[in-house]
Every structure is written in structure tokens, then in C-alpha cells.
Design a protein around this ligand. Structure first.
Ligand code: NAD
Length: 476
């Protein structure tokens, strides 16, 4: 279902007219999205202003930005700037060192604030001092990343307060910049995980995270580190399974993984066999026509995995809704929704793991939903299943970590697919506007988040729920 207001706002004359006439119409900013597969320098020549911290994390952050091709301008205390050492020099991307006064209201595509040295409540003033003069110069669809340390590992109560304050700050900032199509997110980096920050930072600072906003993402050294992989075609030689690949988010995900070099096994129900066969041909992958609820489904999946010598990525994307208030819900609708959305995910993951078909450093990505976080009228079955996914992911992460296997959930908000096209028109229109960006996401936005979690460079992220919801106004 086309979004009329978004189409209207793509036309500069119409935008101007709405503004001039002062019409009470929201004009969502058309989002800038990535084109094609990943390259070595996703931030090539992008102006990035970085607030450095007096901490061991800053050099890693600056190095990741410089390696990604960014033109970094670094501000901070003399000691913090000294701490950068020769970052970026090897590839001709030495950050320019300056101070905030000299910067004035300069323009930037990305603002990165390293708050990893926050130890006292007064340190929060540095947020105002940095963002107040620089926000006006942030580009349309610009990106903001605040980097901090976990409040639950703070040495003092004051440090915990300062660290946790970043969460509220980022969520509010995301609401303020959303109308310009921009996003703000928080990266929480545990001690000892400094060298895992590059992958998540590359993602959050780029347009691949266009529909991710107002989110905290934690980076840890819990899972065994992945061997280094190239930034271009990082999934070359790897095998991925995507369930529910015939359409919507699954189809976009299969395409995104194939773009990064993976051989994708595209799984969907037998009634979608021809759509799946066509997609698999196009992506040079393989089709697998299986109903996840069929008694032989697990055998078929493990056989396909065994044929490839094990798998490196599984995306549990297949999902259904059977909405009714609990009072009116038939037992069949309850069962079906839980069986597809949760029971099958748990059973397939366990079967692959038990049969040692998840290769070392494999990636498991499960589709949850904002519904599983915030709840939704008429969706007790669906929300129970999608919240169950979050429990599963959190519980399995430590068990799988020893072999470097990560497991995460992606929780989409309102995404323009068949599932949301089926909503009553009025409800759909309200639902698609209830986020910081004032528009629905596209399947590719979710696919990009899944692809990020499927990469070797996401080895610092496990047991997490990454929301792809434009900063939905519902849910924590
Ligand atoms: P969709 O209905 O467009 O596609 C789902 C696919 O799953 C279909 O191709 C379907 O055939 C397949 N599938 C369903 N049951 C199956 C079974 N028993 N065996 C094999 N395949 C089966 O849905 P979508 O909108 O692309 O959603 C994909 C995932 O994202 C789902 O898990 C959904 O719950 C989740 N999600 C979607 C949204 C949204 O706004 N669209 C929001 C939150 C979460």
C-alpha cells in the first residue's frame, strides 16, 4: 500500500506548497538507503565529527571511522586527542584535530560522541556542549552515534547515573532529529570488547541503519572472536538459510545475504515453491519447499544443511499472524501462531546445534516484533511468540558463545509488507506514522539489520534485540 504522504514529500514543489500554506500535513523525509553490497569504505569522504574521550576506546572508534573512509574531525581535551596516536595515518585518513570553538556550526554527515570516559554526573554537560552547536549542521538523513560503557558495570553510583543518562538522551535526540530523516543510537561497549566496536559502528553510522533509531546496542566479548574477514563480500564461501523467503522481509534478506557473497537456501511453503525456485535461481542459491509445520520439516532442513557441510547463517524469518482478542480466539489460531513463530524456531535451532550443523562462528538471527515488546490488541498469541523469541535468544547466547556462534533477534516495527497491507486502512495509516521518522520501514531496512548481524564483524553482538522501527513510539 503506497504511502501517499511520503510520495508527496518526495516532490520538492509539493513540499514547498504544504509549507507555504501551513497545511497540517506531516511531511516525512524520504530516507537515504544503501545501494548494492558492502564495500571497503562505506563512509567514503563523509564528514564525521568525533568527540574523543580520555579512554582506551577512542582510538578504536577513530580507527574504525578512518578505515571506513570517513573524513574525521576530532574534538576533545589535549589528552584525548593525544590518545589518538597515529590512527588513520596508514591509509591517509589522519583525523583533523581541533576544538569546538574553531568548529563553530560546521556541517557533518555523522556525529559520533564517545562518552566512554563519563564518570560523574557533571560529565553529562559535555553532551550539551558538543551537540548544541553542531546539531544545526547535521545533514538530512544524517547519523548520530553515542558510544558509552554499561551502567551495570559502573564502579560508582554517580558513574552508573552518567552512563545510564545516555540512554534517555539518545532516545530523546532521536525523536528530535527524526523529522529530518536522521537517526541517533547508543553503542554500549563492555570492557574488553573495544576491538569489536568497528562492525556495529560501521552499521549504525551508515545508511544501512536508515530505519534504526533511538536504540541501544550492546557490544561484548562474550562470543569467541570471529577470524578477520574482508569488508567486501564478507560472506563469500558461506551458506545461509532464510525461512519464509518467498516474499516480504525474507525475500529482501535472502537478496541482501546473497549480495554479500552467501549461498542462500531459500525456504518457504510448498505452495510458494515456484516463487522460491525463481528467487533461488536469481541469487544462485538453492530452493527448499518445506512447510515448517510438516512432520518432516526438521529432517529436510538438517539434510539440506548437511549437504552443504553445515551452515554459517540461519535467519528464522517465517512468521504469521492470527489476530483476535483472546476472548474470541479459536484454539487453532493460538496454536498455529505459536507453532510457526516460536516452537519451530526453537526446534530447528536445537536440531542444527545438536547435529553440529552450525559451523563455528555461525550467526543465528530470529525475527521478533515490536508487538513482542509493547504488546498489541488482538495479538496475545503473536506477542507471546515474539516475546518468547527474545527469551530464547537471551538464554541461548551464552551456550553458543564458546564456538563463536552468536544469536540475536531483530524486532521490526511497521514495515510495508503483505502483513501490514492486510491491516484496516485507518489503523495502518496511524501505525505507519507512530515513529520518529513518520513513515513505515521497507523490507530492505530489516534485511540490512539482519545482514549486519550475519557478518563476521558483528561478533561483539549476541543475545541482543535490535529494533528496526524508526524509533516506534510504543515499547521500551
Ligand atoms: P510475509 O507474510 O510477507 O512473509 C512471511 C513468509 O513466511 C511467507 O512467505 C510465508 O509463506 C512464510 N511462512 C509462513 N508460515 C510458514 C510455514 N509454516 N512454513 C514455511 N514458510 C512459512 O511477512 P513479513 O511481513 O515479511 O514478515 C517476516 C517476519 O517479520 C515475520 O516473522 C513477522 O512476524 C516479522 N515482522 C513483520 C513486521 C511487519 O511489519 N511486516 C513487523 C514485525 C515483525
Amino acid at each position: 500500500m503506497a504511502d501517499f504522504l511520503l510520495e508527496l514529500s518526495k516532490n520538492p514543489q509539493a513540499r514547498k506548497l504544504v509549507q507555504t500554506l501551513g497545511l497540517p500535513l506531516p511531511m516525512p523525509e524520504p530516507l537515504q538507503r544503501p545501494r548494492g553490497p558492502r564495500g571497503d569504505r562505506p563512509l567514503a569522504d563523509r564528514a564525521v565529527t568525533l568527540r574523543t574521550a580520555e579512554s582506551t576506546l577512542t582510538p578504536h572508534v577513530a580507527d574504525a571511522l578512518a578505515r571506513a573512509g570517513a573524513s574525521v574531525t576530532a574534538v576533545g581535551t589535549a589528552a584525548a586527542l593525544d590518545g589518538l596516536g597515529d590512527v588513520g595515518e596508514a591509509f591517509g585518513r589522519r583525523p583533523i584535530r581541533t576544538d569546538l570553538e574553531a568548529l563553530g556550526g560546521s556541517k557533518a554527515r555523522v556525529l559520533v560522541f564517545d562518552a566512554s570516559d563519563f564518570a560523574a554526573i557533571d560529565d553529562l554537560d559535555r553532551l550539551w556542549e558538543f551537540f548544541n552547536p553542531l546539531l544545526g549542521g547535521l545533514a538530512r538523513c544524517g547519523r548520530i552515534v553515542v558510544v558509552g560503557r554499561p551502567a551495570d558495570q559502573a564502579p560508582t553510583a554517580a558513574a552508573a547515573a552518567a552512563r545510564n543518562a545516555l540512554d534517555g538522551f539518545v532516545r530523546s535526540l532521536a525523536k528530535e532529529v527524526g523529522k529530518r530523516g536522521a537517526g541517533a543510537n547508543l553503542l554500549i561497549v563492555e570492557d574488553g570488547a573495544e576491538d569489536r566496536v568497528a562492525g556495529p559502528l560501521r552499521f549504525l553510522a551508515s545508511e544501512r541503519a536508515a530505519y534504526v533509531s533511538g536504540q541501544p546496542l550492546r557490544v561484548s566479548a562474550r562470543a569467541k572472536a570471529a577470524p578477520a574477514a574482508p569488508e567486501t563480500r564478507p560472506l563469500d564461501g558461506k551458506t545461509a538459510v532464510v525461512t519464509g523467503a518467498a516474499r516480504g522481509i525474507g525475500r529482501a534478506t535472502a537478496r541482501a545475504l546473497a549480495d554479500e557473497g552467501a549461498h542462500v537456501i531459500c525456504l518457504d511453503r510448498p505452495e510458494d515453491a515456484s516463487a522460491v525456485a525463481q528467487l533461488a535461481r536469481e541469487l544462485r542459491g538453492s530452493p527448499l519447499a518445506v512447510d515448517l509445520l510438516a512432520p518432516d520439516a526438521i529432517d529436510a532442513i538438517t539434510a539440506a544443511a548437511r549437504e552443504r557441510g553445515g551452515i554459517d547463517v540461519i535467519v528464522h524469518n517465517a512468521g504469521i499472524t492470527r489476530d483476535k482478542t483472546l476472548l474470541r480466539m479459536k484454539r487453532e489460531a493460538w496454536d498455529l501462531c505459536l507453532d510457526v513463530n516460536l516452537t519451530a524456531v526453537a526446534a530447528i535451532t536445537a536440531a542444527l546445534s545438536d547435529a553440529k550443523l552450525l559451523r563455528a562462528n555461525a550467526r543465528v538471527v530470529c525475527l521478533s516484533s515490536i508487538g513482542g515488546i509493547a504488546g498489541n490488541m488482538g495479538q496475545t498469541n503473536y506477542a507471546a511468540a515474539k516475546a518468547g523469541i527474545i527469551g530464547l535468544v537471551r538464554s541461548l547466547a551464552p551456550q553458543l558463545a564458546k564456538r563463536g556462534v552468536t544469536i540475536n533477534a531483530v524486532a521490526p516495527g511497521f514495515i510495508e509488507t503483505r502483513m501490514t497491507a492486510a491491516m484496516p486502512a485507518g489503523v495502518r495509516e496511524v501505525a505507519r506514522r507512530l515513529n520518529n521518522l513518520g513513515q513505515g520501514g521497507l523490507p530492505v531496512d530489516v534485511a540490512e539489520a539482519v545482514a549486519f548481524l550475519a557478518l563476521p564483524s558483528s561478533d561483539g553482538v549476541t543475545g541482543q534485540v535490535l529494533r528496526v522501527c524508526g524509533g516506534a513510539l510504543v515499547g521500551a
